[in-house]
Each structure stands twice: as C-alpha cells, then as structure tokens.
Design a protein around this ligand. Structure first.
Ligand code: NI
Length: 164
C-alpha cells in the first residue's frame, strides 16, 4: 500500500467527469491496489471520504470512513437513486486543505454501488454518511463543494501543530 499524491484546488482534473469502472476490472490487482491506497491516503489526511479523481484517477470509485464500527466503505460506480429532505452542514474537502464552509446536503440518500468484491449493494444513508456520499458522488461529476457553499460561511482553520 502507498500514500498517493492528492490533487488540490486549482487542478483542472477536479472538474472532470470520472468514468465507470468496468465490473470485470474490479478484481484486478490494479483496482484493488488503488482502493487500498485510497483508504490509506484518506486515513493519512484524516478525511472521511476520498474520490479517485482526488488522487488523479478518473474512475467512479470512492472510499468513505466515518471512523465507526463499520470501517471503510468502498463504493464503485455509485448512483444516488433517491434523496430526502435537507441538512445544513459544515463541510471540508481534502483537496481544499484548512477550508470549511456550510453547505446544504440531502438529509437522506439511497445509493446503489458495487463493493470491492464485485457485489451490487444498496445503502440507505442518513446524516454524516448521506453528506459524505453526496459530496463524493459530486466529485465523480466534477462538482466541488466550494461551488455550492452558503455565502459568507467560508472559514480558514489551520490545524494545530502536531507535537512530534
Ligand atoms: Ni472532497
């Protein structure tokens, strides 16, 4: 496994649309390594989600970890089939370090995706998981949270110096 280089604000790749992962490719070493690397990279930067485009790979693949008992979730070719309600939430993005703002996300999301074993799954997500899925699926369509923030809510928060 390896930490991949993140793509940051201003990188044109972040505005591109990612392509579907062919189902027969999911079991390949290349895709499985990409998944492991994305999870490791997300953990390294303390993110709750990461889309492949953020490590420079235009594939419809995202990883999410809410640091609960479910562990990292891998969603390949995710499709949001239903949303319900709204939630106004604080949000950041690993491609926009130290920037946080309020956005409106669906309160609930029903999504279908393929897991890393090639099995088609369905998830009914609420609260933070619904927010994370909506944020990451936006990445696959070249959409960034910074373009949908509520006016006047952008804050720059420097991380505390780590004592190493
Ligand atoms: Ni993001």
């Amino acid at each position: 496994m390896a930490i991949r280089n993140l793509r940051y604000e201003g990188d044109e790749i972040l505005k591109k649309t990612s392509r579907e992962v062919p189902e027969e490719d999911i079991s390949t070493q290349k895709i499985q390594t990409l998944i492991d690397d994305m999870i490791e990279t997300m953990h390294k930067f303390n993110g709750v989600g990461l889309a492949a485009v953020q490590v420079g790979v235009l594939k419809r693949l995202i990883v999410i970890d809410l640091y609960d008992d479910k562990g990292p979730i891998v969603l390949i070719n995710p499709v949001i089939i239903k949303t319900k309600g709204e939630q106004e939430v604080e949000e950041g993005c690993l491609s926009f370090p130290n920037q946080f703002a309020k956005v409106v996300r669906p309160a609930e999301v029903v999504a279908e995706y393929t897991d890393r074993n090639g099995k088609r799954m369905r998830v009914h997500a609420k609260e933070l998981l619904a927010q994370a899925i909506a944020h990451e699926v936006d990445h696959l369509n070249g959409e960034l949270f910074i373009d949908k923030i509520l006016p006047g809510t952008l804050e720059y928060i420097e991380p505390e110096e780590s004592k190493e």
